[in-house]
Design a protein around this ligand. Structure first.
Ligand SMILES: NC(=O)c1ccc[n+]([C@@H]2O[C@H](COP(=O)([O-])OP(=O)(O)OC[C@H]3O[C@@H](n4cnc5c(N)ncnc54)[C@H](O)[C@@H]3O)[C@@H](O)[C@H]2O)c1
Length: 289
């Protein structure tokens, strides 16, 4: 996508963290904003701050793990701004612990937001983008699915999160191939950031009551929580750095967005192990940023 001015960005999980940074960058580039988030209070604060700084912004509070929310969000983008050009399937949550100790509620919650949230975003918005491309040969659309380095590596104690982000990588690669079959005007990228200071280590703050489990956290869950909190806090790039790199990649139509090069040797090691059919080298991925 060569120009952003006057176009429309839709961002799920837009109230804070990386989502807010995408919104700030999109606004700076002259885009209108449509933001969704499950945290209605935080979303309203973000809306009012963005509007006060001159943004054209519409918001919808809701849970992206529900298809109806994505459908309503697409309706809002159409009504307010006539469609969408950049879609950021960004909302995500994390939950750690040994995979055999995580509860079914943990699995449903994380897979519901991180995987089905992206699916719902794609199902609601991609047809609108493809229709816009058919109507207008000058239309350009771009979809960014937010995965993680955890979508390429398999750090211990983060099984559900790893599985969900590997799914986002596979989904987005397939989306890239599918789009290439139908239109040169709509592109996709997958964002795989490393640790970046944000609210992700405190995801439970927005865990709906219906997704709660009665079980007390196990020692492995508490250990994972402490490790993630420390790693996220010590991340050297800001959310704004990640957003800037993401918009550069959209402009250059690059599929892979790797913001944290320190993880590259770990990815190389994993690929080398697979090629050599060696057993995975253990434990890598949690401490490096
Ligand atoms: N921060 C990092 O270190 C890091 C690294 C790699 C990937 N990511 C990914 O970046 C994305 C953004 O996370 P972040 O780090 O900004 O965390 P964050 O917690 O600061 O922001 C996530 C936002 O998503 C919202 N959200 C949570 N559940 C939702 C739901 N069901 N429906 C709609 N909105 C919901 C939250 O309220 C929050 O505003 C996530 O997909 C995360 O997995 C983050």
């Amino acid at each position: 996508m060569k120009s952003f001015e006057g176009k429309v960005a839709v961002i799920t999980g837009g109230a804070g963290g990386l989502g807010r940074a995408f919104a700030d960058r999109a606004q700076a580039l002259g885009m209108s904003l449509v933001l969704s988030d499950i945290d209605a209070g935080a979303l309203e604060k973000t809306r009012s701050a963005l509007a006060a700084s001159g943004a054209r912004v519409a918001v919808l509070a809701g849970d992206i793990s529900k298809a109806e929310h994505a459908t309503a969000l697409a309706g809002l983008a159409q009504r307010e701004f006539g469609g969408v050009h950049c879609l950021f399937n960004n909302a995500g949550v994390g939950c750690g612990g040994f995979v055999w100790e995580n509860t079914l509620e943990d699995w449903d919650w994380v897979m519901g937001v991180n995987v089905m949230g992206v699916v719902h975003g794609l199902r609601a918005f991609t047809p609108l983008m493809l229709e816009a491309a058919k109507r207008d040969p000058g239309y350009e659309g771009h979809i960014v699915n937010v995965a993680s380095v955890a979508g390429l590596l398999t750090p211990p104690l983060l099984g559900i999160y790893n599985v969900s982000k590997h799914a986002v990588v596979a989904l987005t690669e397939t989306l890239h191939h599918d789009l290439a079959l139908v239109s040169p005007q709509v592109k996709a990228s997958v964002l795989c950031p490393g640790f970046t200071p944000s609210g992700i280590a405190n995801s439970h703050r927005n865990r709906p009551a219906s997704a709660q489990s009665d079980a007390a956290p196990t020692a492995s869950m508490l250990k994972a929580q402490a490790m993630v909190a420390k790693a996220v806090e010590s991340g050297k790039l800001t959310a704004q750095d990640v957003a800037n790199a993401t918009f550069d990649a959209i402009r250059d139509e690059r599929f892979w967005i790797f913001t944290h090069p320190a993880f590259k040797p770990l990815l190389d090691a994993r690929l080398d192990d697979m090629r050599a059919l060696s057993n995975p080298r253990g434990g890598a991925g949690m401490r490096e940023t």
